[in-house]
Ligand binder design. Structure first.
Ligand code: BGC
Length: 700
């Protein structure tokens, strides 16, 4: 359960620090080095706080860095990028969540050994801890600095203004407010040292530092323990943080931390027997999912987790379709928070629907606080010309609504916590269906059609009757009707009240359920991804990729190489088959699996796990394994797209982690969610899988 990396690679440092990210749902802290600065993308990313500078993209906010620690020797800062090293390694211990670092620098024939241990406090979510130690094998005059770096890494403008620094009872305190909503961001840090040396604090415009001049005694360990905290909510009080920091005791926090992880692993661990690579990958994914659980019902999980501002720190359908199952089966409380986050977003979704002249609720493609849609109309840039590219994700990916209903239904099926329906869940369902009802159009044959959308495969825009979307809309209608029926049986007076109030949408839903156009398999069993898809140019992926003019070329949209072809970005029809396995025979599933796998570029990290599940269900277990291991280890191998067009999209791939979990549970273990049965499909690559599935415990 140890993720390791030996040696330092400057060019790969962003990928490395993603891999070693630690988080606790309140914040994420990238696995950068103590001496790194904003140019190395040191990021303490906050969940649920967003800000916009001028008319740049609105994105999540990063806090000041309180773990900034470095050594100067002869006026030069030691850093593995410029200083000679004998050894350098990082390791993340998944069993305890502790990130260990060891570097041996060589200077003037002397070895300087730096070690650190860092972890995110999982109980007191404001706090982060680091123990930093150094020793030398010869006497050396060094300068040691530790403090808060106010040079925050930001992608779209400097978000924190009115920065103030103070020292209160020896605790460093830096505060500021965000540009747009003047939201307070407060960072504090306390240090304890085991050595006697005069502290000469340095206060510059961008840094607040302790400074020690030390003449080292060979082989003696000089230790600094840093306890730092952040507050990013108006409700949380600064003086409470101050007390928390003063009272925090490193060894008891370590014990609490170990206990937390022990408990979590006891429930969530998956043991893949006979394959260490797969075992490590899936448990790394689980580690990150646990680390990203939402801290309350007003936050969710961004697509890139808390690894930074990529994708604006926003929440996508990734959460409901890809990550949700993990929380459902391991941490039902977090699953409920995820649903509640969407319920709290309802007012914003009505504004969006209204803006596009529809009824009901239209959920954000890129959701920020209270469901605000941060998706831009120009969400990409052309990597050659640097020109913004008009994209239609925001207005045409209407399948986002259905993803939320899918998760709500899973939650209700498992938890039987029907109270959520009365506290906004039913309204959400109704409003989502009102939106769909106003979006659909009737054709001459009296069938409802879904015109001008984008499906999960984003490469093809302005398409009609995307099979995935149409089936999903029918599912939304059925789900709503079923919950009305549930109230009819369980609470007749409430049923009468709501059926009176929502008579129109119920009648409409029944009509749509019966009459929506559902693309059927053709004579070869293939379901057309959308109207006319099967008549597009059928080209091999390699041939298409060979035409690329630049590495980061975007393949979709108006001028994209894939747009007029059958090459797709990610699982689309295959996702339909995976989410609704009972609608299609095994033959149809097989035909579509083989057809679409040749045409899927997997340009999104959401794709491979879905192919893995279907492959398992079709008994193509070895292919299932290949898809699984590729997706599950995406951030361990670093094999992921770093750019979409000219836009940087690196960071942690939370949906791939959730997808890998689904691939194990729904694919290899073959869980049939509705019937609660298992049908194991174990690939040759490993012997067996063990996990506790705490079904009954999940039920509230
Ligand atoms: C995918 C979307 C996904 C988004 C965030 C895009 O590349 O096509 O389906 O929601 O990334 O992960």
């Amino acid at each position: 359960m140890l993720i390791k990396e030996d040696g330092y690679n400057y060019k790969e440092r962003f990928k490395t620090s993603s891999k070693f990210l630690i988080a606790n749902g309140y914040y994420g802290y990238r696995g950068s080095l103590s001496e790194d600065t904003s140019k190395d993308m040191v990021v303490w990313n906050l969940n649920g706080v967003y800000d916009q500078v001028d008319n740049q993209w609105r994105e999540s906010v990063n806090a000041f860095n309180p773990l900034f620690t470095f050594i100067k020797y002869h006026n030069e800062t030691l850093h593995p990028a410029i200083t000679q090293t004998k050894k350098h390694n990082l390791s993340l211990d998944l069993t305890t969540g502790i990130l260990n670092r060891k570097t041996t620098f060589i200077i003037d024939d002397c070895e300087i050994i730096v070690r650190s241990r860092r972890f995110a406090n999982q109980k007191n979510l404001h706090l982060i801890h680091e123990e930093y130690q150094l020793s030398t094998n010869k006497p050396l005059n060094i300068e040691l600095y530790q403090g808060i770096d106010m040079n925050v890494f930001d992608i779209s403008g400097r978000h924190i203004k009115k920065i103030k620094q103070q020292i209160i009872d020896g605790v460093f305190f830096v505060s500021g407010i965000t540009q747009e909503k003047e939201h307070p961001i407060d960072v504090m840090s306390k240090i304890e040292t085991n050595f006697e040396s005069t502290d000469k604090p340095e206060l510059t415009e961008n840094k607040l530092l302790h400074h020690y001049s030390i003449k080292t005694i060979p082989n003696q360990t000089y230790r600094i323990i840093i306890t730092a905290g952040v507050i990013h909510s108006k409700q949380h009080q600064k003086d409470i943080l101050h007390k928390m920091i003063l009272n925090s005791n490193f060894s008891s926090v370590i014990n609490e931390n170990n206990y937390f992880w022990k408990e979590k692993w006891n429930k969530a661990k998956i043991h893949i027997k006979g394959n260490q690579e797969a075992n490590l990958a899936i448990n790394y994914d689980i580690f990150q999912l646990i680390s990203h659980r939402p801290y309350n019902e007003f936050v969710s999980i961004p697509a890139r987790g808390l690894s930074g501002q990529v994708y604006k720190g926003a929440v996508f359908w990734d959460t409901e379709i890809y990550m949700f199952l993990f929380y459902l089966l391991n941490d039902i409380h977090s699953a409920k928070n995820l649903i509640k986050y969407r319920i709290h977003g309802l007012p914003e979704t009505k504004i969006k629907a209204n803006h596009y002249h529809y009824d009901g609720a239209f959920y954000a493609w890129e959701s920020q606080e209270f469901g605000f849609d941060a998706c831009s109309d120009y969400n990409l840039t052309n990597p050659i010309t640097n020109e913004p590219v008009r994209t239609y994700f925001k207005e045409l990916q209407i399948h986002i609504n259905g993803a939320i209903v899918y998760a709500l239904n899973q939650y209700l099926t498992l938890s039987k916590d029907y109270s959520i329906l009365k506290s906004g869940g039913l309204e959400m369902l109704i409003e989502i269906n009102k939106f769909y009802a106003s979006f659909l159009t009737k054709n001459k044959k009296n069938k409802y059609e879904c015109i001008n959308v984008i499906g999960p495969d984003e490469y093809h825009e302005h398409i009609n009757n995307n099979a995935y979307t149409n089936y999903l809309i029918k599912f939304c209608m059925t789900t709503m009707i079923n919950y009305f029926e549930y109230f009819k049986k369980s609470n007749l007076s409430y049923y009468h009240e709501i059926s009176r109030k929502y008579k129109n949408i119920i009648n409409k839903a029944k009509d749509i359920e019966k009459n929506i156009f559902l693309p059927k398999p053709n004579k070869d069993g293939i379901i057309s991804q959308f109207d006319g898809y099967l008549t597009l140019k059928d080209i091999a992926i390699e041939d298409l990729l060979a035409k690329k003019k630049t590495e980061n070329e975007y393949l979709g949209g108006k001028d994209g190489l894939a747009s007029q072809t059958q090459i797709i970005k990610q699982a689309d029809v295959v996702l339909l088959l995976v989410l609704f396995p009972n609608l299609f025979s095994k033959e149809i599933q097989k035909a579509n699996y083989h057809y679409y796998k040749k045409r899927t570029e997997h340009g999104s990290s959401l794709s491979k796990a879905i192919y893995s599940i279907l492959a398992s269900r079709l008994n193509e277990v070895d292919e299932a394994y290949d898809y699984f291991i590729n997706g599950a280890s995406i951030d361990l191998t670093g094999k992921s797209k770093q750019y979409a067009g000219g836009i940087y999209i690196g960071g942690n791939h939370l949906a791939a982690y959730g997808g890998a979990y689904m691939a194990v549970i729904l694919g290899f273990l073959g869980l049939d969610f509705n019937n609660k049965t298992f049908n194991k499909n174990i690939p040759k690559a490993f012997e067996d899988i063990n996990t506790k599935l705490l079904y009954e415990e999940a039920i509230l």
